[in-house]
Each structure stands twice: as C-alpha cells, then as structure tokens.
Design a protein around this ligand. Structure first.
Ligand code: GDP
Ligand code: ZN
Length: 357
C-alpha cells in the first residue's frame, strides 16, 4: 500500500485531490489519473495499475458540453471491473484546465488537458521568435490557471539571446524566462525543478520549436521509441495510441497532447486583466470611464504611448485582443439564452452529479 501511495503522489496526487475524492459518497471507488483518451476509452493510472476505463452512463448523460467529459490529466474516481473496462464515476474538480472551442457554431468548451501546474511557452530563437505569439500564449496560460514559464529554445542558434530575454521581460515582467538548447543542453537542468514534488507540466508552442526535443531531454531518453501503448478498443481490437501523460523517471508528470497545439482563445476577459495590468492601470486616468482607448478625448492610455511610457505595439495588441473578447462575449450571450439544461455544465459540479447510494 505504501508503494501504491507513492505511485499516486508521483502522479501528482495530493491532499487537495484526496479531500475531493473522499467527498464522493460512493463505495468501491479508486482514484486514477487520465493518461490518454481513444475512441471513448480512457487509459488511466491508479496506484497499482493502468486499466482502461469508460465513462459511467450517468456521468456521460450529464455531459451536455464536452467540458464535463474526462480529459488527459484529469483525476477521476473509477470503479474497477474484473471484466471489461473500469467505470469512471466522477471527475474531481479541475485545478487548472486548457480548453478550446469545439468545431461548429455553438460555443462549447472542449477540455484539452487538465491539472497542469506549469506550462512551458516555447519559442525558438532561430527566427521563430515572435513577441505577439508569446503574449497570446500568456493569455492562454492565464485563462487555464497554470503558471506560465517562457522558454526560449535553440539558444545555440541565436544571434542575441540577451536581447530576446529583455524583450520578453519588458512585456511580461513577472514570468520566469529560461533560455535552453537541446543541442548543447544548456538550461535544461533548470527546467527539472518544475517537475519536483510530482507536479505536472505541459508545453505550448509552434511546430518545430523543439517541444519534443525538450521532452526527450527532460525524460533523459528518446521518447520516439517508447511513446506508444497498445490498447484494446471496445471490440477487442488492438490499436496503437500515443501516450499523452508521461511519468518522469525521477519526479513529476509531462503532458503532451495534440490538442494543446490547436488552442484558441476561449475567454480572454479574465486573462486580459491579468496580462495587461499596466494598460489597466493607465486606463484609470482616462477621462471617460468606458474609454476604449481609440479616439476618445482625454485618453490616458494613448497619452502614455505619446509620452513613450507604453509601446504602440503593446497597445495595438491589447486592442486587438479586446476585439476578440467582444466577439466571444456576444457568442456567450447567445449561449446564455439557451435553457439551463442545455447550458454547458460547470466542471466543478461534476463530482456532485454522481448518484449517491
Ligand atoms: P516540436 O515540433 O516543437 O516538437 O519540435 P522538435 O522537437 O521536433 O524539433 C524540431 C527540430 O528542431 C528538430 O530537428 C530538432 O532536432 C531541432 N531542435 C530542437 N531543439 C533544438 C535546439 O535547442 N537547437 C537546435 N539547433 N536545434 C533544435
Ligand atoms: Zn483611454
């Protein structure tokens, strides 16, 4: 049992999740973490094994929006089965969560990954470097609740590493910045600290910036050779599925799921406040309280640009994100007009939807 406990904490289990789990008044449940989903079957990790699991009928029924279905990284309560897959009875409240808009018109949220503690926002210093993109990733990170860390990779190819660091720091003063190279391994060791204590990380960044290489360096082995698991689908056929939740040999969890590469803005509202504190602080001085910082007289934000206290680029980016926010707000207003029942269910309600016995 001691060993089992250890395995759970290596996966990120802690007192908070244990309390949420204990609050579910149902017998014969075990905690497990979702490793990958494939054809509505989930590979989950428990203290002692890696069973397949399917979603309990009741939980599935309640899943109006896909947000109440399990996602990679979720902690779930399963009921083991001797024949067939285990049953996922409840999703424990998510601490953090990356989601994206589902395809189609309705603004439903699809959870891409859950319970990520730290997200590495990776750029390459080989010409990929783009401050706007980093700011977009910061917005996504802020929405998710995960702590952002900027990684400037391919430092071996950079012409001026320090200049890139300064540029990011000016835009995001409170965010840790690391420069790394998967070629000469500089900066990689420092990243291991984010995995300590069984914590979970994930990586965001364009294709080709070196996310897979960083993962391999962190793991200490080449994942290409070990990344797949064989899985039985419902009809008993063998299929090959990429592992999306990787247990670090020493400590911590790395989540690497394709969905993280297709993230869109979902709710920039909260994120805007978090990432543009400087603009918000300036806006207090605008003559009009609802100033949009475009053509209004007495606009303290535009004045700050004139005075060189705020970069014109940064204001332009702020305004652009603001426009997207208005579009999202309109779609959410439409959504609010749906009946209560149709509305997307809050993930925090999931555990209480489990029928009590
Ligand atoms: P991903 O698409 O973000 O997962 O990127 P990959 O890890 O597949 O890397 C894309 C390419 O960049 C590969 O050819 C890597 O060998 C190369 N690469 C990754 N990191 C570095 C680095 O730090 N320096 C250099 N010079 N090349 C790198
Ligand atoms: Zn203004």
């Amino acid at each position: 049992m001691t060993q089992g406990r250890d395995q759970l904490s290596r996966l990120g289990w802690d007192e908070g999740f244990a309390a949420a789990f204990d609050a579910i008044a149902e017998p014969d449940l075990q905690p497990a973490r979702v490793g990958v989903e494939h054809n509505h079957l989930y590979r989950v990790y428990t203290a002692v094994s890696e069973p397949l699991a399917s979603v309990a009928g009741r939980l599935k029924h309640n899943a109006v929006g896909a947000s109440s279905l399990p996602a990679v990284g979720d902690w779930v309560a399963i009921r083991p089965s001797t024949e067939g897959p285990a049953q996922i009875r409840a999703i424990l409240p998510r601490r953090t969560c990356f989601s994206r808009k589902s395809a189609g018109n309705v603004t439903t949220q699809q959870v891409v990954a859950a319970n990520i503690d730290t997200v590495f926002l990776v750029s390459g210093l080989d010409g990929d470097f783009n401050l706007r993109r980093i700011e977009r990733y910061l917005v996504a990170a802020s929405q998710s609740g995960a702590m952002p860390v900027v990684i400037l990779n391919k430092a071996d190819l950079a012409t001026d590493v320090e200049e890139a660091v300064r540029t990011v720091r000016a835009s995001a003063p409170d965010v840790p910045i690391h420069t790394t190279s998967c070629e000469d391994k500089r900066g990689i060791e420092a990243l291991l600290g984010y995995l300590e204590g069984g914590r979970t990380i994930a990586l965001l960044g364009s294709s080709g910036v070196g996310k897979s290489s960083i993962i391999n360096r962190l793991l200490g082995y080449d994942r290409q050779q070990t990344r797949t698991v064989r899985q039985n689908d419902k009809r008993g056929r063998h299929t090959t599925v990429h592992r999306e939740l990787l247990l670090h040999p020493r400590d911590g969890v790395i989540i690497d799921t394709p969905g993280m590469r297709e993230l869109r803005l979902w709710d920039t509202e909260r994120a805007l406040e978090a990432t543009f504190d400087d603009v918000d602080a300036l806006a207090v001085g605008c003559r009009f309280r609802d100033c949009r910082h475009r053509t209004e007289p007495g606009c303290a934000v535009r004045q700050a640009v004139t005075d060189g206290k705020l970069s014109a680029d940064r204001l332009a980016h702020y305004l652009q994100l603001g426009d997207e926010r208005v579009g999202l707000q309109q779609r959410r207003d439409e959504l609010a007009q749906l009946t209560d029942k149709q509305r997307v269910q809050g993930v925090h309600r999931a555990p209480r939807q489990v029928p009590k016995r």
